[in-house]
Design a protein around this ligand. Structure first.
Ligand code: ATP
Ligand code: PRP
Length: 232
């Protein structure tokens, strides 16, 4: 059986992902020219490498068209319902760290926790004639966190495709859910993270699509072991 591993073809995770595989004794070589989207692993004939974007990797692992992938935990949990049933997190790779957080305007002095935000959401319609608006591209994570975890039901999600942190200042939303690493974008936009507003601490992970044919497959076990060995 051929095993397909998808690695980021571009973006912030690309170089670190290839480096981990190399350290694990699986040197990646491109098939064809430098810009090719296919590769192989030196010395492992039954492994195929597909170079895809981090978000494509999360989608392809969900539909099982690849066996392994390297991508952010946030993209897996946002992209897939029942992520843990469909995907095994085989290793946390120690790069691509970013937190998915709830942030509100700094001037909301009385709002420091999700409970405070729940109170604001409950009063919002009476005060402003509309529901609290949350700008995000993380629909699933936001709904799970607000509705399922904190019992906050009175809000509206405004889809954001970029510059999410600018939404409160521009008036298109009241608060945001987005990714942060250094915190400088939040700061520049006068937003603060709620004290219990960290939805997910994400990093790059080696993930495996849960497939019956992987059971007892020596190559599958070897790949997981080698990557974990490189991290030790
Ligand atoms: N400062 C950051 N901003 C955004 N994402 C970050 C940051 N730091 C780490 N990441 C992680 O990087 C991953 C996204 O990487 P990147 O933006 O390169 O990929 P992509 O989503 O495939 O790109 P594109 O949006 O161009 O398709 C996510 O898992 C995210 O958690
Ligand atoms: O906490 P910080 O270090 O300021 O990082 C957070 C910001 O970085 C990312 O945007 P980026 O400009 O990288 O573009 P992207 O959204 O296209 O990835 C992300 O969407 C945040 O806006």
């Amino acid at each position: 059986m051929t095993i397909t591993i998808a690695l980021p073809s571009k973006g912030r995770m690309k170089d670190d992902a290839s480096a981990i595989f190399e350290k694990a004794g699986m040197k990646i070589v491109a098939v064809g020219n430098e810009r090719s989207y296919r590769g192989r692993v030196e010395g492992l004939d039954d492994v195929e490498i597909a170079f895809l974007s981090a978000s494509e990797i999360s989608r392809e692992i969900g539909n099982g068209s690849i066996d392994f992938g390297v991508t952010g935990e946030d993209l897996i949990r946002e992209g897939l319902a029942e992520a843990d049933a469909r995907v095994e997190f085989c290793a946390r790779l120690g790069f691509g760290h970013a937190d998915v957080v709830v942030a509100v305007p700094e001037i909301w002095l009385d709002v420091d926790t999700m409970a405070d935000l729940g109170d604001v959401a409950a009063d919002f319609r009476a005060r402003h004639g509309r529901r609290l608006a949350i700008a995000t591209k993380y629909w699933r994570l936001t709904q799970q966190f607000f509705s399922a975890k904190h019992g906050i039901q009175l809000y509206r999600i405004v889809e954001s495709l970029g510059a999410t942190e600018g939404a409160p200042a521009s008036g298109s939303a009241d608060i945001i859910v987005d990714i942060t690493s250094t915190g400088s974008t939040l700061k520049a936009n006068h937003l603060k993270i709620l004290s219990d507003g960290i939805i997910l601490k994400s990093e790059a992970c080696l993930v495996r699509a849960r497939k019956a044919e992987h059971e007892g497959d020596a190559l599958v076990a070897r790949i997981i072991e080698a990557v974990n060995g490189a991290l030790a």
